[in-house]
Design a protein around this ligand. Structure first.
Ligand code: NAD
Length: 489
């Protein structure tokens, strides 16, 4: 059952992802009940599913067979009789398609409905099933630790922790899933993956888009809650975790939780030494003049909301003591790119030093999006000349090999959920620890107005203070555009 079946997420992501699973023969016995407010007939709904698949994928092979599995119910989320009708419809469909009483409830709706729907599913008997029951929850999971706890308590009245699948769509991305394999399947990396050999790690997730029509939501969220608490923290955990003893959901999640437990808790007047906030002004993005954040629709013209965050995260454990993990994310930046740069320490003695040029440090770059791949930056002899070193890059481009076959993140996550694999969903403990970490920052930023907003021009890589954050430590942000080159070819 997809709650919010006429919404943007369902139309742009969920229906096309389900279709791809269907095409690949991964959906055997299935039916989908779309639930939303709008009155629609099942036929109208099926046509909208068809349109969404064709718009997203341009394909229609067996599309009529696919959409025949879709049903619709107009629903009021606060009204028990709506749930009774839904229960009856679900029962009929269960019998027709021999679904063995298995149910997945996908909440693709505004977060204020998550708790009430979960409670109704229980009190109106939809969770009384003979098979499995699973709840898929979209972000944001709460607004801070307190509200996340309230939401979690509501959900847990109807579903056990192992039945809750909290979506972090970054965990559906091919190269985010690859971090673990790159680390734990390569003898050349794992021995170096610590503070003896790594000087710092940089994670950038930049967007060129502004806030668009999401002003109302974004004003209550900002980049810290929208990006850092979930996606950025998840990438930090995957990069920093210890090797799990087995690749099981519980083992991997518990190693990630141990990273969160080792985070240095920055508070109070230290926040602005470790974290930088920014808000975009007007500027040029991809040759288009764009307005400042405060002039966007549904945004307060004196808004204190950050559209950019950079930070230095320290993990106080044996492996990572002293290694900064720098993160930065923002809107209206120069380029759309998510990349991880692992910078290795300089070699102890540089034989190839030339007065005007130092040797480049070795870098391992993990390209998350839009291009997917890995680049390893090494030094090698310059052809023909003396023993001068120059940088060479070894590149692996994922898209180059698999062409268009990289599955959309939502497709993988939906499939994982059907198989009962919760590894790439966030456990409550991860959510709670990362909120506790981020709440310390928002508490300070919400109490003090940022007098310098807007402090970065649209089309740039953020405020100057974000550069100074690294300069203080003797580092600089590796320019994400320059790192692109080889992988795009
Ligand atoms: P949306 O506003 O486009 O859709 C909301 C859906 O909820 C609609 O189908 C609407 O009919 C239904 N709805 C609203 N009020 C209702 C009510 N009282 N009773 C019954 N149905 C009601 O929202 P969206 O963009 O699809 O986002 C849904 C969720 O997914 C949100 O939690 C959002 O944060 C999350 N999300 C969305 C995206 C995206 O790309 N759109 C990405 C990541 C996360």
């Amino acid at each position: 059952m997809i709650f919010g079946a006429t919404g943007d997420l369902a139309v742009r992501k969920l229906f096309p992802s389900l279709y791809r699973l269907f095409q690949k023969g991964k959906l055997d016995k299935f039916a989908v009940i779309g639930v939303a407010r709008r009155p629609l007939t099942t036929e109208e709904f099926q046509n909208s599913v068809k349109d969404s698949v064709i718009t997203a994928l341009g394909k229609k092979e067996k599309i009529d067979e696919f959409i025949s599995h879709f049903y619709y119910q107009s629903h009021d989320v606060a009204d028990s009789s709506s749930y009774q009708n839904l229960k009856n419809l679900a029962q009929q469909i269960d019998d027709k398609y021999e679904l063995e009483g298995n149910r997945i409830f996908y909440l693709a709706m505004a977060p204020e409905f998550f708790g009430p729907i979960a409670l109704h599913l229980k009190s109106d008997g939809l969770t009384d099933v003979t098979g499995y029951k699973r709840l898929v929850i979209e972000k944001p999971f709460g607004h801070d630790l307190e509200s996340a706890k309230v939401l979690n308590n509501q959900i847990r009245k109807a579903f056990s922790e192992s039945e809750v699948y909290r979506i972090d769509h970054y965990l559906g991305k091919e190269m985010v899933r690859n971090i673990e394999v790159i680390r734990f399947a390569n003898a050349i990396f794992e021995p170096l993956w610590n503070n003896r050999y790594i000087s710092n790690i940089q994670i950038t997730s930049s967007e060129t888009l502004g806030v668009e029509e999401r002003g109302r939501y974004y004003e209550t969220s900002g980049a810290l809650r929208d990006m850092v608490q979930n996606h950025m923290m998840q990438m930090v955990a995957l990069l920093a975790m210890e090797p799990p003893i087995k690749l099981t959901t519980d083992e991997i999640r518990s190693e990630k939780v141990r990273v969160f437990r080792s985070l240095r808790m920055i508070k109070g007047d230290k926040i602005n030494k470790y974290f930088v906030r920014g808000q975009y002004g007007a500027g040029l993005v991809e040759d288009q003049q764009v307005p400042e954040y405060r002039a966007e629709p549904m945004v307060d013209n004196e808004s204190n909301t950050e559209t950019f965050v950079a930070g230095k995260i320290m993990i106080d454990n044996f492996r990572w003591a002293g290694v900064p993990f720098y993160i930065r994310t923002g809107k209206r930046m120069t380029t759309k790119s998510t990349k991880i740069v692992v910078q290795f320490k300089d070699i102890p003695m540089n034989l190839y030093y030339q007065p005007e040029k130092l040797l480049n440090p070795n870098l391992l770059v993990i390209h998350i999006q839009p291009e997917e791949g890995i680049t390893l930056h090494l030094n090698a002899k310059k052809a023909g000349g003396h023993l001068n070193a120059q940088e060479v890059k070894l590149s692996f481009a994922n898209t180059g090999i698999h062409a268009m076959n990289t599955p959309e993140g939502y497709e993988k996550l939906l499939y994982d959920c059907m198989r009962g694999d919760a590894t790439n969903f966030t456990h409550w403990d991860e959510v709670a620890y990362s909120w506790a970490f981020v709440d310390n920052i928002s508490e300070v930023w919400e109490k003090t107005k940022a007098e310098d907003y807007p402090n970065y021009e649209s089309g740039t890589m953020g405020p100057k203070a974000a550069d100074e954050l690294l300069e203080k430590d003797g580092f600089f942000w590796w320019p994400v555009n320059a790192l692109d080159v080889d992988i795009c070819k």
